[in-house]
Design a protein around this ligand. Structure first.
Ligand SMILES: Cc1cc2nc3c(=O)[nH]c(=O)nc-3n(C[C@H](O)[C@H](O)[C@H](O)COP(=O)(O)OP(=O)(O)OC[C@H]3O[C@@H](n4cnc5c(N)ncnc54)[C@H](O)[C@@H]3O)c2cc1C
Length: 311
C-alpha cells in the first residue's frame, strides 16, 4: 500500500498532461480533452496516441476486481486511443482543431467478461475529473488515415461504439478541405444514448448536402426485434439507398473501426498463404465479394478497405 506522499510523487514523475475538459455522456461513456505539457505532436486525422494512469489510482466502483502482480502498483497502465474531434466549435462553426492545445478522446468503460483479466485502464479513466493529471504519449501514430482518398472519391466511415472517434476527425478534415465526393458515416451501438456525437452529425447533415449519418441501435425497443448491424446495412441495399448511388469499388474508400467482429479481417494461412474469412461474416467479406479489397499491411497491399481493430 503506497502512502499519499508516494502517490503524489509518482503522479509528479509519471504524468505529463492535464484533463482540461470531461463530459460523461452517461456513466459508461465519456469524451475528454487532454492538454500535454509538450507541444501537440505532428499527426493526421485517423491516428492514435496512448493514455495512461498509474495502477495506484482508484478504480470505478462496481467494476471487476483486479489482482496486481508484486511491483505493479508503481507502474503505469497504458492503452491506445484514437484521436477524436468535436468537429464544430461552441458557435457551431467548423472547429479550428489545429489551433487548440488539446486533443479529444472518446472512451467507453470496458466490462470484461474474462474474470482472469480485469480491464486495467478504463475503470481508472472513469474516475478522472477536470484538472486531474494523466499520462499522454508524446507520439501520435497509425496507418488508418485519409492518405489514399482522392478528391472525388466516395468515403464510407463505418464503426461500432467508440470506433467513431477517428472517423470524427477524418470527417472534420474532409469537410475542412471541402471534399466534393459523397461522405457517409454509420455507427452501430446498443442504445441511442451511446451516440455521443449524434446532434453534431444531424447539424452537419443539414449543412453539407454530400454528408449522411446513419445511426444504428440494436437494443432500443423499436429496433431490438429487427436489429440492423453494419453488415445488414450493406447486404440489404440500405447503404446504397442512403448514399444515392451504387457501391463502386473504383471510386470508394471504406474505413472500418471498432469491434473486430464487425470488421472480419481474413486470416492468412502461414503455409499456403490462403486467406479465410472469420465467422460471423464481417464487412470485409461482404465487400470483397463485391469487388473491394482490404489492406494487407504485412503483404504491403493497399486496398480500398481500411480498418482499425480496437481489440
Ligand atoms: C489503435 C487503437 C485505438 C483505440 N482507440 C480507442 C478509442 O478511441 N476509444 C475506446 O474506447 N477504445 C479504444 N481502443 C481500445 C483501448 O485501447 C483499450 O483496449 C480499451 O479502452 C480497454 O482498456 P482497458 O485497460 O480498460 O481494458 P483491457 O485490460 O485492455 O481489456 C480488457 C478486455 O476488453 C476487451 N476490450 C477492449 N476494448 C473494448 C471495447 N471497446 N468493448 C468491449 N471489449 C473491449 C479487450 O480485448 C480485453 O479482452 C483502441 C485500441 C486500439 C488498438
Amino acid at each position: 500500500m503506497l502512502t499519499p506522499e508516494q502517490v503524489a510523487e509518482l503522479r509528479r514523475q509519471r504524468y505529463n498532461a492535464t484533463v482540461v475538459w470531461l463530459r460523461k455522456v452517461h456513466p459508461e461513456l465519456m469524451r475528454l480533452r487532454v492538454r500535454g505539457d509538450f507541444p501537440k505532436p505532428a499527426h493526421v486525422p485517423g491516428q492514435y496516441s496512448t493514455l495512461g494512469l498509474g495502477y495506484w489510482e482508484p478504480r470505478h466502483p462496481g467494476c471487476q476486481e483486479e489482482i496486481l502482480k508484486p511491483g505493479d502498483e508503481t507502474k503505469l497502465v497504458r492503452r491506445a486511443y484514437s484521436i477524436s474531434c468535436p468537429i464544430l466549435d461552441d458557435n457551431g462553426q467548423l472547429l479550428r482543431y489545429d489551433e487548440v492545445d488539446w486533443l479529444e478522446y472518446y472512451i467507453v468503460l470496458v466490462a470484461s467478461s474474462d474474470k482472469a483479466q480485469a480491464p486495467g485502464l478504463t475503470p481508472r479513466l472513469f474516475m478522472l475529473r477536470e484538472g486531474d493529471r494523466i499520462y499522454m504519449g508524446e507520439k501520435i501514430t497509425g496507418h488508418y488515415t485519409l492518405a489514399p482518398v482522392q478528391p472525388h472519391d466516395t468515403v464510407l466511415l463505418l464503426s461500432t461504439g467508440t470506433g467513431e472517434a477517428p472517423h470524427n476527425y477524418m470527417l472534420w478534415e474532409l469537410l475542412r478541405r471541402q471534399h466534393p465526393g459523397r461522405i457517409l458515416a454509420a455507427c452501430c451501438v446498443r442504445y441511442r444514448r451511446d451516440l455521443a456525437y449524434l446532434s453534431v452529425h444531424e447539424e452537419l447533415m443539414r449543412r453539407y448536402p454530400n454528408y449522411t449519418f446513419v445511426p444504428l441501435t440494436t437494443r432500443e425497443a423499436d429496433t431490438v426485434q429487427h436489429k440492423v448491424y453494419i453488415q445488414d446495412l450493406i447486404l440489404s441495399g440500405q447503404l446504397e439507398e442512403k448514399l444515392g448511388q451504387p457501391l463502386d469499388p473504383a471510386r470508394t474508400h471504406v474505413f472500418l473501426c471498432g469491434n473486430p467482429k464487425m470488421i472480419g479481417v481474413p486470416v492468412k494461412d502461414r503455409e499456403t498463404g490462403a486467406r479465410s474469412y472469420p465467422q460471423p461474416t464481417g464487412v470485409v467479406e461482404i465487400l470483397e465479394k463485391r469487388g473491394f479489397q482490404a489492406d494487407q499491411p504485412q503483404a504491403k497491399v493497399q486496398g480500398n478497405i481500411h480498418f482499425e481493430e480496437y481489440w
